[in-house]
Design a protein around this ligand. Structure first.
Ligand SMILES: Nc1nc2c(ncn2[C@@H]2O[C@H](COP(=O)(O)OP(=O)(O)O)[C@@H](O)[C@H]2O)c(=O)[nH]1
Ligand SMILES: Nc1ncnc2c1ncn2[C@@H]1O[C@H](COP(=O)(O)OP(=O)(O)O)[C@@H](O)[C@H]1O
Length: 203
C-alpha cells in the first residue's frame, strides 16, 4: 500500500506574505500539490477563477457547507473561505503532499480532523512591518487594514498551537525553511517505522 501524503498547513496573519511565499514555493520544482480554496470574496485585479480561488456566491458556498463538501471553512472579514474536502483526501490517498494556505480559525478545524498534519505559522518580523506590508499591497481600504491588524494580533496569540513558526523576513529564506521542515517531517520515525515494520513482517 502506498504511504499517504502529508497535509501541510501554512497559516498566519493577513499581509504576512503567505500568498507570496506560497507562490514562490510553487514557482519552482515542488513536490507539493496546492489546494485551491473556495471563497465568496470578489476577485482582485489579475486573479483568475480556478487558479487563485474558486470564486462562489454566498448561496453556492452555503450549499457546499450543507453538502459537507468542505474540510474546513471560516468567515473572515465578511467573506467565506473554505477548503474542498474531496480534493484533499484524494490527493493524500494518492501519496502526494497537499499544501493549504488558510487563516487560523480554519487551521484549528483542520487540526481537529487531521492531527497528523504539519502546521506551520508564518510570522512577521514585527507588527509595524506587518502593517506596512498590508499598506504597500494597496488592496484594502483604511478600515479593512485596521480590521486585519486586529485579526493579526489575535492570530499571533495562537502561534503556540502550531508545530513550527517560520519568520518571513526574506521570501526565499522562508521558503527554504518550510521545505526543510517538510523534509524533516517525512523522516519522522512515526511516519517511516510502519513501512519498515511491514518489511520485517514479510521477510
Ligand atoms: N479558513 C480558510 N482560510 C482561507 C482559505 N483560503 C484562504 N484563506 C485565508 O483567508 C484570508 C484572506 O485571504 P485573501 O482575501 O485572499 O487575502 P490575503 O490576506 O491577501 O491572503 C487569508 O488569511 C487566507 O490565508 C481557506 O480555504 N480556508
Ligand atoms: N519577506 C517579505 N519581505 C517584504 N515584503 C514581503 C515579504 N513577503 C511578502 N511581502 C509583501 O507583503 C505584502 C503582503 O503579502 P501577501 O503575500 O499578499 O500576504 P498574505 O497572503 O499573507 O495576506 C505584499 O505586498 C508582498 O509583496
Amino acid at each position: 500500500m502506498k504511504e499517504k501524503g502529508l497535509l501541510i498547513v501554512l497559516s498566519g496573519p493577513s499581509g504576512v506574505g503567505k500568498g507570496t511565499v506560497r507562490k514562490a514555493i510553487f514557482s519552482g520544482d515542488t513536490q507539493f500539490e496546492y489546494s485551491i480554496s473556495m471563497t465568496t470574496r470578489k476577485p482582485r485585479e489579475g486573479e483568475v477563477d480556478g487558479v487563485d480561488y474558486f470564486f462562489k456566491t454566498r448561496e453556492e458556498f452555503e450549499a457546499l457547507i450543507a453538502q459537507d463538501k468542505l474540510l474546513e471553512y471560516a468567515e473572515y472579514v465578511g467573506n467565506y473561505y473554505g477548503t474542498p474536502v474531496d480534493y484533499v483526501k484524494e490527493t493524500l490517498e494518492a501519496g502526494k503532499d497537499v499544501f493549504l494556505e488558510i487563516e487560523v480559525q480554519g487551521a484549528k478545524q483542520v487540526r481537529d480532523k487531521f492531527p497528523e498534519g504539519l502546521f506551520i505559522f508564518l510570522a512577521p518580523p514585527s507588527l509595524n512591518e506587518l502593517q506596512s506590508r498590508i499598506v504597500t499591497r494597496g488592496t484594502e481600504t483604511d478600515e479593512l487594514i485596521q480590521n486585519r491588524m486586529k485579526e493579526a494580533r489575535k492570530e499571533i496569540e495562537l502561534m503556540s498551537l502550531y508545530d513550527y513558526v517560520v519568520e518571513n523576513d526574506q521570501v526565499e529564506a522562508a521558503c527554504d525553511r518550510i521545505k526543510a521542515i517538510v523534509q524533516a517531517e517525512h523522516c519522522r520515525t512515526t511516519r517511516v517505522a510502519p513501512r519498515y515494520q511491514k518489511m520485517l513482517e514479510v521477510e
